[in-house]
Design a protein around this ligand. Structure first.
Ligand code: NDP
Length: 287
């Protein structure tokens, strides 16, 4: 059977580092705090916001959930973000996606102060991912894919990595991070005619598409590790990834969904919050 690359242990390591830092800050009279903006209408994003809240409570991080009706305007969300940017008691800001069709995520996210942008969605943090220059906050899911591999002892330098998906959230930033790890990266997407042919030569496949069971048994081989970043909700409400459930011993290792990339992504969001606080303290000269 393929090795199952569960993320719980890696995530708990991140949480224990964070808990220790929160404790130190509290001794200095500082209270780390995160604000999440949630536009009603998508049950999954409401669920993810609540699960972030539970983790914040566990870590001793203050959590503000700002909920808006599904008819909220872009201007209203931008106004609230501008207020949160100016509020020194808020250290991280995140907008839950997806949004209703009348709202542009990019236009709203661009208003977040880069130093509070814990999911690396603002133009200046994207530039930091692409160039590797400056003190940027990088998006959590691409970091989680790499960290999960490293947790299990994988060395990326020189490895043949096939990235399936080139989306703004996962695939595109991950491409840049993998380059900086000196992996040899092939990017496949919806116009790639024969995905299986690329996977044949891969040692690692990282899949971020959003289509259940699109990576099938016949596409993988016993030397291939599959990191599955996909999150799909099936008709019966079950959450599944992009890899078929029956890859079994056809691959060397597979990350589970749930319990894989998503589990580590949440932990890394909170680690980004810690980095955001450091950046804000440096900007204020408070170090
Ligand atoms: P996008 O919708 O932005 O991108 C999807 C990508 O998949 C595109 O590049 C598209 O190609 C490609 N694609 C579509 N069909 C195929 C196909 N048949 N073969 C190969 N490639 C294909 O997705 P995101 O980057 O926003 O998210 C990707 C996945 O990651 C989703 O399932 C999402 O739910 C999940 N996700 C998981 C998170 C986590 O915490 N684990 C967090 C955020 C997202 P093209 O560019 O040609 O259109």
């Amino acid at each position: 059977m393929a090795i199952v690359l569960k993320a719980k242990e890696a995530a708990e390591l991140v949480y224990s580092e964070i808990a220790a830092r929160v404790e130190e800050w509290k001794k200095e009279g500082k209270q780390p705090s995160l604000a999440i903006l949630l536009v009603e209408g998508d049950p999954a994003s409401a669920y993810y916001a609540r699960s972030k809240q539970k983790i914040a409570e566990r870590l001793g991080i203050a959590f503000r959930l700002r909920s808006f009706g599904s008819d909220v305007s872009e201007e209203e969300l931008q106004r609230v973000i501008t207020e949160l940017n100016a509020d020194d008691t808020v250290h991280g800001i995140m907008l839950e996606l997806p949004l209703p069709a009348h709202l542009s995520a990019a236009a709203i996210e661009a208003c977040i102060a880069p130093a509070k942008d814990i999911d690396g969605v603002t133009p200046s943090n994207k530039l930091a991912v692409y160039t590797g220059k400056g003190e940027g906050l990088y998006p959590a899911t691409p970091q989680a894919c790499i960290e999960l591999l490293k947790h299990y002892g994988y060395i990326l330098e020189g490895r043949n990595v096939v990235l399936v998906g080139r989306g703004q959230t996962v695939g595109l930033p991950l491409f840049h991070l993998l380059q900086r790890e000196n992996a040899t990266v092939t990017v496949c997407h919806s116009r790639t005619p024969d995905l299986g042919a690329h996977l044949k030569h891969a040692e690692i496949a990282i899949v971020a598409v959003g289509k259940p069971a699109m990576i099938t048994k016949d596409m993988v081989h016993p030397g291939l590790t599959v990191i599955d970043a996909g999150i799909n909700e099936l008709a019966d409400g079950k959450i599944t990834g992009d890899a078929a459930a029956d890859l079994g011993d056809a691959a060397a290792a597979v990350s589970p969904v749930p319990g894989g990339v998503g589990t580590l992504t949440t932990a890394i969001l909170y680690r980004n919050l810690m980095k955001a606080i450091d950046i804000q303290m440096t900007l204020k000269g408070d170090v």
